[in-house]
Design a protein around this ligand. Structure first.
Ligand code: ADP
Length: 466
């Protein structure tokens, strides 16, 4: 845990008692502050009370008695409208900050010579964050991995010389972090998402761009330049820091690009191949080349040599539920992409394999499977489950053969049997549902775990897990 001591002897309101809210409360108390916790939901209040914190309805509280409001990133700061606690804090003239802000202030106060590498973007954040941490670890660095990826930043090991903090940051976290000042920062891509919480694409892009706002002279900005909002941000990057551009659609003068599955850099006016991603199962697909190029640039910025990076890329195991190679039965590969909860994400997986026995369905998003038509030639058959089954069957029509399976167990059994008869070199049974899970599973992780279990129970399947 990182204790936060600059609020010692003062009282703070902590609103939102999830993972990061509780870590915030713990760090503040450890540092000598008094905290009062609130969560609009019973479960959050119960957790806070169980953890021993004072839980109080703050809707009637005098916010003037608080030094600050520490707000969880999941709670609206601006859109669709500020949470009532934000309105009260603003009226009382106290600051509204998040756990990442406390992290950066504590780092400054500690004076420790440690580095922070921060990663944001609409898609690929977790993969790039995990890969960057892995590359630095392979280079022998002392790495702490956290943020939006599932470990609250204030739960990380205390600041120590030489330690590198690799942080995944959501736009909500950036919005609550005015002192954000990493040593290397990456913005991978921007596509419309979460606009309800940021008001507009401009508002969303503006928040993301703040990851670069305070970079110092030895810092590095890594920016994907394959979408229009990021290109515009790249043009405005002008400071004492280095700028490395990332692309999967063409060469860049200063940065890293992927040409097919090869990471390239310019050196002395020459194009130089730096790392080969071909055959790395955890980095399949062009979207993962973008992630790999960014992680490569970030690790390079921390002084890791290219040959170490090639080895590190090869040994990256990938994250669970994102094109995770689960097992093999003869030629048949089983892939768990349960994280693909919309058509866009499923498209990334469908574009990464050639002969697919595709398990899809659950609770569909607006538009259903729209946009996936270009991938249809790769799909041998679709196995439909859950609520979306009928709608998906109607959408697929005569384009792809499909079977209504209702449940995952039947889908896995039928897909595996059909794939086993395929003449293709590598038939793939792919769970990439293009749907939320909550009609049949509490979350995408439980759905992915169920898939893995069903696969591993089959005769003749060998595990590909590390
Ligand atoms: P995030 O943390 O931003 O949600 P993840 O690394 O968890 O991203 O990846 C989630 C899904 O997003 C993946 O399963 C894949 O479908 C898609 N994805 C991953 N990286 C990218 C990328 N660079 N560009 C577009 N989509 C991506």
């Amino acid at each position: 845990m990182i204790p936060v001591s600059f609020f010692a002897g003062r009282k703070l309101a902590v609103v939102g008692a999830g993972l990061s809210g509780l870590a915030t409360a713990r760090s503040l108390v450890e540092g000598g502050a008094e905290v009062v916790v609130w969560d609009d939901k019973d479960a959050g209040r119960d957790q806070a009370a169980d953890a021993g914190f004072t839980v109080e309805d703050l809707s009637e509280a005098d916010f003037g008695s608080f030094a600050a409001l520490a707000l969880a990133p999941g709670i609206p700061l601006t859109h669709p409208e500020p949470h009532w606690s934000v309105t009260k804090a603003r009226a009382a003239g106290i600051e509204v900050i998040g756990d990442v802000e406390l992290f950066f202030r504590a780092r400054k106060a500690s004076g420790a010579d440690c580095k922070v590498v921060a990663i944001t973007g609409t898609n690929g954040k977790s993969t790039t964050t995990a890969l960057t941490a892995h590359l630095l670890e392979q280079a022998g660095r002392d790495v702490a991995l956290g943020g939006n990826i599932g470990k609250a930043v204030l739960d990380l090991a205390p600041f120590a010389p030489g330690r590198v903090y690799v942080l995944e940051l959501s736009s909500y976290q950036i919005d609550l972090t005015p002192s954000l000042k990493p040593d290397a920062a990456a913005l991978l891509n921007i596509t419309p998402d979460h606009l309800d919480r940021h008001g507009s694409l401009e508002g969303y892009a503006g928040v993301k761009a703040r990851i670069f706002a305070r970079l110092g002279p030895d810092a590095t900005a890594v920016i994907g330049v394959d979408d229009v909002p990021c290109q515009a941000i790249a043009e405005t990057l002008n400071g004492p820091f280095a700028v490395k551009r990332i692309s999967i659609s063409g060469a860049v003068q200063n940065g890293v690009w992927a040409s097919d599955a090869t990471l390239m850099e310019m050196e002395g006016g020459q194009e130089v191949a730096r790392a080969d991603l071909a055959g790395i199962g955890s980095l399949r697909g062009a979207h993962n080349w973008q992630n790999a190029a960014a992680a490569y640039a970030l690790a390079r910025s921390q002084g890791v040599e290219p040959d170490v990076l090639q080895e590190g890329l090869r040994s990256f195991g990938g994250l669970a539920h994102r094109m995770e190679q689960v097992g093999k039965a003869g030629k048949v590969l089983f892939v768990n992409d349960s994280k693909a909860t919309n058509a866009d994400a499923a498209g990334k997986a469908l574009g990464s394999f050639d002969t697919i026995y595709w398990i899809a369905g659950g609770v569909a998003k607006e538009g259903g499977l729209a946009g996936l038509e270009p991938f249809y030639p790769r799909i041998a058959r679709a196995y439909l489950i859950g609520e979306a089954s009928d709608a998906f069957a109607a959408q697929l029509g005569d384009s792809i053969p499909h079977t209504a399976c209702e449940t995952l167990d039947r889908a896995v059994a039928q897909a595996a049997e059909d794939a086993g008869k395929s003449q293709a070199d590598e038939p793939v049974v792919l769970l990439s549902p293009a749907c939320a899970s909550f009609d049949q599973y509490p979350n995408f992780a439980k759905r992915g775990d169920a898939f893995k279990q069903l696969v591993m129970q089959r005769n003749g399947v060998t595990s590909l897990d590390e």
